[in-house]
Design a protein around this ligand. Structure first.
Ligand SMILES: [Zn+2]
Length: 246
């Protein structure tokens, strides 16, 4: 089990480098699209599992006295920006941690999906950022924040400036404060799910904020041009509980 988790994680962090070099190429559409991920490789079997992400977040969620993640983020230097062919991903130096139900999860990386992966009452938003954190035993806690059309987002502008247009890495001189991704209001959904890309490992505690941030149509267009339709369709909730802060 430990091995499987470790393998899943490394694939998650560098999908092009590891999984795809073995011919396990996946895409968001067509013959290698989401409906076929589980058939592409034995390593991707979890993609046909029963606790998959993303899901639609809606009025069926259970109102519960859950706490939002306790956030201990700090301004941190960017150590890597990457276009991995599926998404734009950013790594930071020592950016801090979150604590959920007494468990520490250290920040790993954030990346974007265009349009959003989680939908709210069936509505898809233009963009979603995933802030990925990892516990000492290898489990993940991901915070999802949605973007709706409105005022331009200053942090997105800085990131767009350094986003590689083609597959590759860069190390720009800049810092990011993850707190700039937090909406002003903290109502959120919590559920147990998976990575939303192969290998789809079911090791993720998801927190998705209900209140979106804003970004401009021009900003959405940059993501949509470089990473068009980079979201997995919503998956069945099955027997899971989706909790909503009350
Ligand atoms: Zn993601």
């Amino acid at each position: 089990m430990k091995l499987a988790l470790a393998a899943g994680l490394s694939l998650c962090l560098a999908p092009m480098a590891l999984a795809e070099e073995n011919g396990n190429h996946w895409e968001y559409e067509g013959a290698h699209g989401p409906a076929h991920w589980a058939e592409i490789s034995h390593d991707y079997q979890s993609c046909a599992g029963t606790e998959q992400s993303p899901i639609d977040l809606n009025g069926y969620a259970v109102q519960a006295a859950i706490n939002p993640p306790a956030v201990y983020w700090r301004n941190a230097a960017v150590t890597d920006v990457q276009n991995n062919g599926h998404t734009f991903q950013v790594a930071l130096d020592n950016a801090g941690k979150i604590v959920i139900d007494g468990v520490d999860y250290n920040f790993l990386q954030f990346h974007f999906h265009s349009g959003s992966e989680h939908t709210l009452n069936g509505q898809r938003y233009p963009l979603e950022v995933h802030l990925v954190h990892q516990s000492a035993d290898g489990r993940l806690a991901v915070i999802g924040v949605l973007f709706q059309r409105g005022a331009s987002n200053p942090l997105l502008d800085q990131l767009i400036d350094v986003m590689p247009g083609n597959v590759g890495h860069a190390r720009p001189t800049m810092s990011v404060n993850l707190n700039d991704f937090l909406p002003g209001e903290w109502e959120s959904y919590r559920y147990q799910g998976s990575l939303t890309t192969p290998p789809c490992s079911e090791i993720v505690s998801w927190t998705v904020f209900e209140h979106p941030l804003t970004a401009s149509a021009d900003q959405f267009a940059v993501f949509e041009t470089i990473f068009p339709h980079s979201y997995r369709p919503v998956q069945p909730t099955n027997r899971r509980f989706v909790l909503h802060t009350n």
